[in-house]
Design a binder for this molecule. Structure first.
Ligand code: HEM
Length: 633
């Protein structure tokens, strides 16, 4: 008792000293920041499980996985519920009507998403800030238009097809030594290589096919490759070919999103987001190894992109002098407006690439980008059509005239992009397209290996329609291929959720009068909607037939908005047509060459984990048996 009294007295005395007072103020401030009482009060009407201060639901999320935890919460608390990812609340929406309303009304992603993924500073931070993912208003419009110009129009997609086919051939040749019907191959890693090769080549117009040495690094488990590439990524930008330096740096940027490879400043940002400026200042002054590695990789991407851009500009200027023309032909001498078909050599970028399209646009002479075919909702109701909203308070109305997403058809030309913006969109292209495409390929391959009857049925369609497989148009005409991919993306969407910033209060009378307060971080759960028994019959089963016209009515979604693998509204995935084309083309190539079966090494049931994508946690282990099919080349 006397001891306790003494301790209390000592504590009181300490509290009365200046240092003691400071500690108390700091303690109260930290608790206030971690508990977030004002935010909790504002969200009091939105149901959800009890959230700890600072940590929120992190312990349960780490045990169960983010997407799966949100699924459990939605089942227990309903289609609008709150989940605390550390000290930040997410409003998880799993209802198609509410989701559509939010996706069309709020055109911006919350800027705080970045604090869940990295702690960039300096030039890499400037480049990231300009990305299409985060920018708003006219800047977003300009970025979106650049993407639409390059990957939505049918002629643009057709121009990328040779690169897709070239990479597919190399990919199949790479698999050949293991294709004996018994060797275990992890298709998740293998698809990582081809997805980066295709996405990189389309984005930058230089070959992204990795050298043997690079390929070994890329196919290695992520944890190992991150460290292995670290020192080489930045130095390689000067010593290696631009392609090799870019391949490594882009791969390294992706790897740095993996939590075990992330900087220590990432958890600090998550636990105490209000102190983010302090964590960023510390990350700049005292970077840890992970932070240095990530910054070097980002800097390498910026440096090589700049080098490619300058070469392009010099060549354009030289041609203008030589010919007296506009000097806008690239090294392969194919007019950009028509889309080139081949990758040029190391000294220039191919004219069909995304980078070339943006550079051409910067010259002010690109006549090809005024319109695009638009997101026509072909992948489900959620993708519907044109931009019809305004980005409440953050930008002008988004015009929908013929451009689908409002990026290309407005009457006012969007502002030109700066060099930093061009560099940023190049990297965004890779970050958005590489892992998503590779994961979709891996998950679809898993489902086909697990369902041999479906695989044979699909192969029969491919064999019968070989002549259609070489073009984007032809691939779109195969109903069973389409149904298999759609069903795979329903059951295992590569992206589990997409985000919106509630730029105004969002009233949901259909949800019992709930109101999502302005400023909320809204997470629309693709996974929950795709597996909701209220919208799908037997949602846990893989049934491609639900997407065939003849059978779809009975098995398909009761609300088309319940199918949104590429997001929804004006900010829906701009690369969806390219992604569908690439996945179909690569799958067709694989299935015509090999029969795919699960290897005993594959754990069942399939375990998924949320990383950048919702990906197979243990890989996709298969065997490949060579086929001798009629008419095979
Ligand atoms: C199967 C592969 C893919 C999937 C599942 C996927 C999925 C998504 C999703 C869910 C979003 C968020 C949409 C929203 O917020 O409403 C998104 C955005 C985006 N995706 Fe994809 N994506 C894929 C491939 C690609 C490819 C190949 C590209 C390359 C061009 C790409 C470029 C983008 C961009 C730039 C955005 C941001 C659009 C904006 O903010 O306006 N994606 N994607």
């Amino acid at each position: 008792m006397a001891l306790l009294e003494q301790a209390l007295r000592a504590g009181l005395q300490f509290a009365l000293t200046p240092l003691g007072a400071l500690c108390i103020i700091a303690g109260v401030a930290l608790t206030w920041l971690g508990w977030a009482p004002v935010t909790r009060w504002r969200l009091r009407n939105i149901p959800g499980p009890f959230a700890l201060p600072f940590l929120g639901h992190l312990p349960a999320i780490s045990a169960r996985d983010l997407v799966h935890f949100c699924h459990d919460v939605a089942r227990q608390y309903g289609p609008v519920a709150q989940v605390w990812v550390a000290a930040r609340p997410w409003i998880v929406v799993s209802d198609p009507v509410a989701a559509r309303k939010i996706a069309y009304r709020s055109l911006a992603r919350p800027s705080t998403v970045a604090s869940f993924t990295h702690a960039l500073v300096g030039e890499p931070r400037q480049v990231d800030d300009e990305s299409i993912f985060w920018n708003r208003g006219p800047a977003w419009k300009a970025s979106r238009r650049a993407f639409e110009t390059s990957v939505l129009r049918p002629d643009r997609l057709a121009a990328h097809m040779p690169a897709v086919r070239r990479c597919t051939e190399r990919f199949l040749a790479r698999l050949a030594p293991y294709a004996d019907g018994s060797t275990a191959v992890d298709m998740k890693d293998e698809y990582g290589v081809i997805a980066l090769a295709i996405t990189g080549e389309v984005a930058y117009g230089v070959s992204f096919w990795p050298s043997d040495e690079d390929a070994a690094l890329l196919a290695a488990p992520t944890g190992g490759s991150g460290a292995a590439t670290s020192s080489s990524s930045s130095s390689s930008s000067s010593s290696k070919s631009p392609s090799s330096a870019l391949v490594r740096a882009c791969h390294e940027c992706m790897a740095c999103f993996e939590l075990p490879l992330a900087t220590m400043y990432l958890p600090l940002q998550m636990l105490l987001p209000a102190l983010r400026p302090l964590w960023l200042a510390l990350a700049a002054a005292l970077p840890d190894a992970a932070q240095r590695r990530h910054m070097e990789a980002r800097q390498a991407v910026a440096d090589v992109s700049r080098r490619l851009m300058r070469e392009w500009q010099q060549q354009a200027a030289a041609r203008a002098n030589d010919s007296g023309g506009d000097g806008l032909l690239l090294k392969d001498q194919t007019p950009v407006v028509n889309g080139g078909s081949s990758s040029s050599g190391s000294g220039g970028i191919s004219s069909s690439s995304f980078l070339a399209a943006m550079l051409k646009d910067q010259t002010g002479s690109n006549t090809a980008c005024a319109s695009s075919s638009g997101t026509d909702g072909g992948v489900g109701g959620g993708g519907g059509g044109s931009a019809r909203g305004s980005e409440s308070g953050t930008g002008p109305r988004v015009s929908g005239s013929g451009s689908g997403n409002g990026g290309g058809g407005g009457t006012e030309p969007p502002p030109r992009m700066s060099e930093t913006q061009v560099i940023s969109q190049g990297l965004s292209f890779i970050l958005a397209g590489y892992d998503t495409t590779g994961t979709t390929l891996a998950l679809t391959t898993f489902l086909l290996a697990h369902n041999p009857t479906t695989q044979e049925k699909l192969r029969a369609e491919l064999v019968e329609n070989r002549e259609l497989l070489d073009s984007a148009d032809g691939l779109a005409q195969l109903p069973y291929l389409d149904a298999v991919l759609k069903e795979s993306q329903r059951l295992h969407p590569a992206v589990g959720h997409f985000w919106r910033d509630a730029t105004s209060d969002i009233a949901l009378p259909e949800m019992g009068g709930l109101v999502i307060p302005k400023g909320s971080f809204v997470s629309i759960s693709i996974y929950n909607m795709h597996r909701d028994p209220a919208h799908w019959k037997e949602p846990e089963r893989f049934i491609p037939e639900r997407f065939l016209q003849a059978t779809g009515g009975a098995l398909g979604p009761t609300d088309p908005g319940a199918y949104v693998p590429f997001g929804s509204g004006p900010r829906m995935c701009v690369g969806y047509k390219m992604a569908i084309m690439v996945v179909k083309s690569v799958l067709a190539g694989l299935l015509l060459r090999y029969r795919v079966a699960l290897h005993p090494r594959q754990p069942l049931p399939l375990r998924l984990k949320t990383g950048l994508t919702l990906e197979p946690a243990d890989g996709v282990w298969v065997t490949l048996q060579p086929l001798l099919l009629p008419g095979a080349k």
